[in-house]
Design a protein around this ligand. Sequence first.
Ligand code: 5GP
Length: 179
Amino acid sequence: MDSIKIKDKCFSISIKSEEIQKEVTRVAEEINRDFEGKNPLFLSVLNGAFMFTSDLMKQITIPCEISFVKLASYQGVLSSGHIKEVFGLTEDITDRVIVIVEDIVDTGLTMQRLLESLGTRSPREIHIASLLLKPDKLQVSLDVKYVAMRIPNDFIVGYGLDYDGFGRNYPHIYTIVND
Ligand code: 5GP
C-alpha cells in the first residue's frame, strides 16, 4: 500500500519496511558492540516504541534485561502546561546502565522529562536509542547516540506510531500528505 487514509488525513509511504529493518539492524550491531559486558537494562517507552523494541531486541545478542515504561500527560498546575509523568518502572535502576528505547524524538521535551525522572533514581549511565529523530525540531540539548533514521519535520505514522490511536500496525512509515 503506497498510500493510506486514517480518519480525515491522507498519508503516503516514505520509509519502507526493508529500509527500516536495515537501519534497526545497524543500531542493534552498534549497541551489541558498545554494551558488551555492561548488562544493560533496556527501557522501552510505550506505546509508540513497541514495534521498534521488538525488532531491535531480537537482534541484541549481549546479556541484557528489558522493561517498559509509559509516559502519561496531565494538565499541571504550572503555567508550562502539560507535564509528563513516568509510569510502570518497578525495577531498581540504581547503578544500572540504562538504554531508553523510544519511537521518535521531536522537540526532545518528552525525552528530557524522562531523563530527569530516571536521573533521580541513581542509574550509572543513561543512553538513548530512538527509531526516528527530527533534527530541525529539537529544542533541547540531547545526546541521542543511537538513531535509526533522521527525518524531516512532517508528521508520520506507522511502525508503532499513531494518528489519533490508529496506524500503529503498519510495517512501513507513512508521511502526511498536505491537503
Ligand atoms: P517531543 O516531546 O520530542 O516533541 O515528542 C515526542 C513524542 O511526540 C513522541 O514520543 C511521539 O509520541 C510524538 N510525536 C512526535 N512527532 C511525531 C510524528 O511525526 N508522528 C507521530 N505519530 N507522533 C509523533
